[in-house]
Ligand binder design. Structure first.
Ligand SMILES: NC(=O)c1ccc[n+]([C@@H]2O[C@H](COP(=O)([O-])OP(=O)(O)OC[C@H]3O[C@@H](n4cnc5c(N)ncnc54)[C@H](OP(=O)(O)O)[C@@H]3O)[C@@H](O)[C@H]2O)c1
Length: 282
């Protein structure tokens, strides 16, 4: 079995660089998918209140016969709960759903700069409370652009431990990544294989043939060598195993740069633009 490196976050906590994402896994299928991933060897699960499958994550950990403390769990504050009192209630609900008294990492899911009078600062200050009381071991943000991170830096006391953003070869998001690197904010790359879109690219295919690995392994290895944290999602056991086998081969510098030059800038973004995104689940 391959060994997943641990990355030290700015607050001293250690996070496995490779995890398992559960976005779009239906609640009733989540326990089985998580159990499969844990049996393969994953020890880091990325969920969110918005995914409605936190309970399934907890059940999957139980079904795998593991203690809660053996698994690194991330969840995220849903978009409708940015007001501080709502955030406190939502955080309690997340801990309840996960049947735990602490979470390893809690994130603001989206900055929502067009909602709440543009105030994500008081939301962040509420997450700071969760960190101070130890109920969140680490706190961070997701989908924050540079100007959002700058605003937090100007008016708050703590820097997010991570920024979870869309990153893959068609959307390298390197400006936001570089800001993170300069300010001690670890980048977590969501949709690391762009939900499969990048896998048929001729450059990815060529490197896969040359290394004898699959296109998904090549793209995931590119993220690992760039130093980002990734958690590919799959409900297919064979793919769950494939995506975990990333630590017994290396890409060359020229492979890495060939993949990085596939970047299409904004045209390569597959998810919403955080500057405009204002979805509140009902
Ligand atoms: N913070 C945010 O706003 C945000 C947004 C999106 C995602 N995320 C997080 O990032 C995680 C990963 O992103 P994602 O789920 O959007 O996409 P992804 O991991 O890039 O891709 C998942 C898709 O690729 C397929 N797939 C997985 N492994 C494969 C392989 N080896 N070969 C071929 N196809 C493969 C899966 O199919 P099957 O499942 O059918 O096998 C699924 O359709 C999420 O689960 C979530 O935890 C966060």
């Amino acid at each position: 079995m391959s060994t997943v490196p641990l990355i030290e976050l700015r607050d001293g906590a250690l996070i496995p660089q490779l995890g398992f994402g559960v976005f779009q896994i239906p609640p009733e299928e989540t326990a089985e998918a998580v159990k499969t991933a844990l049996h393969v060897g994953y020890r880091h699960i990325d969920t969110a209140e918005m995914y409605q499958n936190e309970r399934g994550v907890r059940q999957g950990i139980r079904d795998a016969g593991l203690d809660r403390a053996e698994v690194y769990i991330t969840s995220k504050l849903n978009n409708g709960f940015h007001a501080p009192d709502d955030a406190r209630r939502a955080f309690d609900d997340t801990l309840k759903a996960l049947a735990t008294d602490y979470i390893d990492l809690f994130l603001i899911h989206w900055p929502l700069p067009t909602l709440y009078d543009g105030d994500f600062v008081s939301t962040w200050q509420t997450l700071e409370e969760f960190k101070i009381t130890g109920r969140a071991r680490s706190i961070g943000v997701s989908n924050f652009q540079i100007e959002h991170l700058q605003r937090l830096a100007q008016v708050t006391d703590t820097t997010p431990a991570v920024n979870q953003i869309e990153v893959h070869p068609y959307f390298t998001n390197d400006t936001v990544r570089a800001y993170g690197a300069d300010h001690g904010i670890a980048t977590e790359a969501w949709s690391p294989i762009a939900q499969g879109i990048v896998l048929g690219d001729p450059v990815v295919q060529r490197i896969a043939e040359a290394t004898g690995r699959t296109p998904a392994q090549v793209v995931l290895r590119w993220h690992i060598q760039r130093g980002d944290i990734v958690f590919p999602k799959s409900v297919t056991p064979q793919r769950v195993r494939e995506n975990f086998a990333l630590f017994d081969f290396e890409l060359t510098d020229s492979d890495i740069s060939a993949l990085t030059t596939l970047d299409k800038g904004e045209a390569g973004r597959t998810g919403p633009n955080p500057d405009q995104f204002d979805y509140i689940p009902r």
